[in-house]
Design a protein around this ligand. Structure first.
Ligand code: NAD
Length: 246
């Protein structure tokens, strides 16, 4: 990793009090949760159906048992803990430098790290709703049930996770767009920027510096003022060592 690029990134963190972070699955790989599109990601593994088919609305309705088998096996990581990037972002928020995190992740690790303003574009595995009566359930209910999780009313308990073919929550999308639009510095990290409409949020940014941290190139590299091609933990570890504090 080019040290000069990292130093420019740390200077950005020191100088701004209006940073927004927009991230994806690559933020949590260092917590042991596989992403989708890396070489070890879920999309490179072989299943009876392609993962993007299984985690779709139609598949959920037609084959709920198969859906929950995959979901419990590949999408739930209850032992995962926040890593350096999650902790650094929480620290930046606490110090009044970061306004919020917009995430495509569903794992709840930003909140576990202490971040307060987290907008979850694709929902969360920690929230689940009965499709019959609307009763709410936590993650433990899904982990402790077998097969298709059922409410006491008999309805299927569906994760509040946006499946392929479903719409994003309008309010969350609008709040995310507003936060990014008003940001001075936008840090985009750990996302292939291949999933829409989430990826399109980068187009809302009007600020002075866009830093993009990703192990591999993305379709938005041309828009970035700073491209940091390294593990996201590497880029953020200086925040925890206080090298980015005034
Ligand atoms: P993606 O898998 O398409 O892309 C992840 C990107 O992160 C890749 O470009 C990869 O090179 C990069 N990356 C991986 N590890 C990294 C690291 N340590 N440091 C820096 N970069 C790293 O993921 P996406 O863009 O978020 O989109 C896919 C969808 O996957 C999202 O909708 C999200 O909901 C879902 N998803 C979420 C989780 C989670 O909640 N942890 C896990 C898998 C998938």
């Amino acid at each position: 990793m080019d040290q000069a690029v990292l130093e420019r990134f740390h200077l950005l963190l020191r100088e701004s009090k209006n940073i927004v972070f927009f991230g994806g699955a690559g933020v949590s790989t260092e917590s042991g949760i596989p992403d989708f599109r890396s070489k070890d990601g879920l999309y490179r593994q072989t299943y009876r159906y392609p993962p993007e088919t299984i985690i779709s609305h139609d598949f959920f309705c037609l084959h709920p048992e198969e859906f929950f088998r995959f979901y419990r096996d590949k999408m739930l990581w209850p032992q995962a803990r926040p890593n350096v990037a999650h902790l650094a972002l929480a620290r930046l928020e606490e110090e009044g430098r970061l306004r919020g995190v917009v995430t495509q992740n569903i794992d709840g690790l930003h909140q576990a790290a202490g971040s307060k303003n987290v907008l979850e574009l694709h929902g969360s595995v920690h929230r689940n709703t009965c499709q019959g009566c609307g009763k709410k359930y936590g993650l433990d209910f899904i982990l402790q049930s077998a097969g298709i999780p059922r409410c006491s009313c008999g309805g299927i308990v569906k994760p509040d996770v946006v499946l392929y073919g479903e719409n994003l929550d309008t309010a969350t999308l609008q709040q995310s767009a507003a936060l990014i639009k008003a940001a001075d510095v936008l840090i985009v990290g750990g996302t292939s920027l291949a999933v829409y409409p989430a990826a399109g949020l980068v187009d809302m940014y009007r600020g002075r510096s866009l830093a993009l941290i990703n192990l591999t190139p993305t379709p938005y590299d041309w828009r970035a003022d700073l491209i940091i091609q390294c593990r996201i933990g590497n880029a953020f570890e200086a925040v925890l060592n206080s090298e980015c504090s005034r």
